[in-house]
Design a binder for this molecule. Structure first.
Ligand code: GAR
Length: 212
C-alpha cells in the first residue's frame, strides 16, 4: 500500500456481482499505481462474489438490496451509508441497480460500461447482453466507456473511452474478455484524473485539463 495516506483519494465502490473491477482497483492500489483507498464496498446482492474480495482486502462492506423498495428508498439507504463513509468519489463497478444520485454526489459518481456509449447502453444493457448486441449489430469496433453517472442509465458526461476491433470469430465471451482488459486500464485512469482535479464537466463534455 502507498504509505502517504494524505495523497490517496477516498473511494466507495458499488457492486452487484463478481467484483472484477473492484479487484482490479485493489490490485492497483496494492501495487502503488492507483493512489486511492477504498473506504466502503456496497453490494446490491448478499451473494456477490465481490463481497468476499472486499473482505479479503480488509475493506468494510455492506449489503443493500433493492427488492421490495422504491428507487427513492433504495437510493436513500445507499446515500446514508456513503455519507457515513465520506468518499470523495463513488465508483459503480458492475453495479446493476439504479441509484438515484442526490445533489451532493453529482459529479462525484462514475460508472464503467462495456461498450462505446451512447451505443449499447440503457436499461437491460449490461454484461454479456452488451457484447451479444454488439456482435448481432455487426459492429466492427467496440470498447468501454467510463463516464460520470447522472440520473439516467448509462448517460452522463464521458470521461474515457477505449476501443478495440471486433474480430470475425468473436463470441460474446471472447469480446467480453478483451473489452475487460481495456476496462482495467480505463477505470483507474479516470479515477486518477479525478483525483488530480483534471476533469472539468462542461455540459455533456468532460475536458481533461493538462497536468501542471
Ligand atoms: C464490467 O464489464 C462492467 O463494465 C459491467 O459489469 C462488469 C463488471 O462486473 N458493467 C455494466 O454492464 C454496467 N452497465 P463484475 O465486476 O461483477 O464482474
Amino acid at each position: 500500500m502507498i504509505s502517504d495516506k494524505n495523497k490517496k483519494i477516498k473511494l466507495a465502490v458499488l457492486i452487484s456481482g463478481g467484483g472484477r473491477s473492484l479487484l482490479n482497483m485493489i490490485e492497483r492500489i496494492d501495487a502503488g499505481t492507483l493512489p486511492a483507498s477504498i473506504e466502503l464496498v456496497i453490494s446490491s446482492r448478499a451473494d456477490a462474489k465481490g463481497l468476499q474480495i472486499a473482505a479479503q482486502a480488509g475493506i468494510a462492506t455492506c449489503v443493500i438490496t433493492a427488492k421490495g423498495k422504491s428507487i427513492d428508498q433504495f437510493s436513500e439507504e445507499i446515500t446514508a451509508e456513503l455519507d457515513r463513509a465520506k468518499p470523495e468519489l463513488v465508483c459503480l463497478a458492475g453495479f446493476m441497480c439504479f441509484y438515484k444520485i442526490p445533489d451532493h454526489y453529482h459529479g462525484k459518481v462514475m460508472n464503467i460500461h462495456p461498450a462505446l456509449l451512447p451505443a449499447f447502453g440503457g436499461k437491460g444493457m449490461y454484461g454479456h447482453h452488451v457484447h451479444e448486441a454488439v456482435i448481432a449489430a455487426g459492429c466492427k469496433v467496440t470498447g468501454c466507456t467510463v463516464h460520470f453517472a447522472d440520473n439516467h442509465y448509462d448517460q452522463g458526461p464521458i470521461i474515457i473511452q477505449r476501443a478495440i476491433p471486433v474480430q470475425e470469430d468473436d463470441t460474446p465471451d471472447t469480446l467480453a474478455t478483451r473489452v475487460f482488459e481495456e476496462e482495467k486500464i480505463a477505470y483507474p485512469e479516470a479515477i486518477e484524473l479525478f483525483a488530480q482535479g483534471r476533469l472539468k464537466i462542461e455540459g455533456r463534455r468532460v475536458r481533461i485539463v493538462p497536468k501542471v
